[in-house]
Design a protein around this ligand. Structure first.
Ligand code: APR
Length: 320
């Protein structure tokens, strides 16, 4: 059977890391697409030359023509500009919306059957716009944010508790911005919820609150350190986990920016929610019960995403 084809739209920091991970995990053959000439070709050749050492046979190709993504099974979109220190993700909206238009049209014309994972920020608005421009079914277009935000939360918690990251599960819902909603009640160490661990004296409520805030600011902390761009290793690893869930029909329960129509009391918008990812794309949105405080935080996040979507509509009148 032919290997799956994975198209990476954007061959920058995240795109290159995605290609590396996809090849090492042998998820399929990789096409790196970018408008910059030479960059995707150079990265593809460099990565291909690591194949004999790493022991993978995946083919890697660089491209500047959308025809090269033809028939892709998965497209992961990082095209656009990242943040610089002092910028919020929302500051990227105008520039990246135009990029989503050209990428959406490229996917529509060349890879209409693909499962599409958007990483470009501001995430929830960009994945909505990409879906609109591409016209693909809603369940085949998702945004990567919740896996990354949850991974950041899990990392901080594992350090706090001195336990393996593998045993920490965490849930972060809502929009991928300052209003994201880390759910402590649904986050555990091997099944023990965080509020119980506070009661058991493993940490204090104040320390847990600080970890929640550090998770919310996780992207900005890295932008502040790097100064020239934003995080790329953990975002790439997170999107690869989602791509693998689709390609191997794993039915993973992962938080993603998915199209929500009826669950969580929402009617037709993209926002971070728990989903089941399998061969059908987003096969189910898992409508978990939120308490009043969680619901209030989630509502605030939803309002912020709606504001960004309205801003997109204001910039591009073709968006219905
Ligand atoms: N079509 C294709 N590629 C494009 C386009 C376009 N219209 N516009 C820009 N690009 C390419 C750039 O040439 C660059 O190689 O997108 C790539 C982006 O790479 P980086 O600048 O290294 O950004 P990266 O760190 O990979 O982040 C990409 O993901 O997390 C988000 O906020 C982040 O929006 C940013 C995106």
């Amino acid at each position: 059977m032919a290997r799956p084809k994975i198209a990476l739209i954007g061959a920058g920091q995240i795109g290159g890391t995605l290609a590396h991970l996809a090849a090492i995990k042998e998820l399929g053959d990789v096409v790196l697409f970018d408008i910059a000439e030479g960059i995707p070709q150079g990265k593809a050749l460099d990565l291909a030359q690591s194949g004999p050492v790493e022991g993978f046979d995946a083919a890697l190709k660089g491209a500047n023509d959308y025809a090269d993504i033809s028939g892709a099974d998965v497209c992961i979109v990082t095209a656009g500009v990242p943040r610089k220190p002092g910028m919020s993700r929302d500051d990227l909206l105008g520039i990246n919306l135009k990029v989503m238009k050209s990428v959406g049209e490229g996917i529509k014309a060349n890879a209409p059957d693909a499962f599409v994972i958007c990483i470009t920020n501001p995430l929830d608005a960009m994945v909505w716009a990409l879906r609109e421009f591409s016209g693909l079914p809603h369940e085949k277009v998702v945004g990567m944010a919740g896996v990354l935000d949850s991974a950041r939360f899990r990392h901080f918690l594992s350090v706090e508790f001195g336990v393996s990251m593998r045993d920490v599960t965490a849930f972060v819902l809502g929009g991928h911005g300052d209003t994201m909603v880390p759910l402590t009640r649904y986050s555990t160490v091997a099944g023990i919820p965080l509020p119980d661990l506070v009661d058991m004296g493993w940490t204090t409520q104040d320390r847990l609150d600080a970890i929640v805030q550090r998770t919310r600011d996780g992207g900005a902390e890295i932008v502040g350190l790097l100064k020239t761009g934003s995080a790329f290793y953990a975002p790439a690893a997170s999107a690869i986990e989602m791509a693998e869930a689709y390609l191997k029909d794993q039915k993973r329960l992962l938080p993603c920016a998915a199209y929500v129509d009826s669950a969580f009391g929402l009617s037709g918008m993209y926002v971070g929610v728990p989903t089941i990812l399998g061969a059908g794309g987003v096969e189910r949105v898992v409508d978990i019960k939120l308490n009043n405080a969680e619901q209030a935080m989630f509502n605030k996040s939803v309002e912020s995403v709606k504001g960004l979507v309205e801003a997109c509509r204001g910039i591009d009148s073709s968006l219905g």
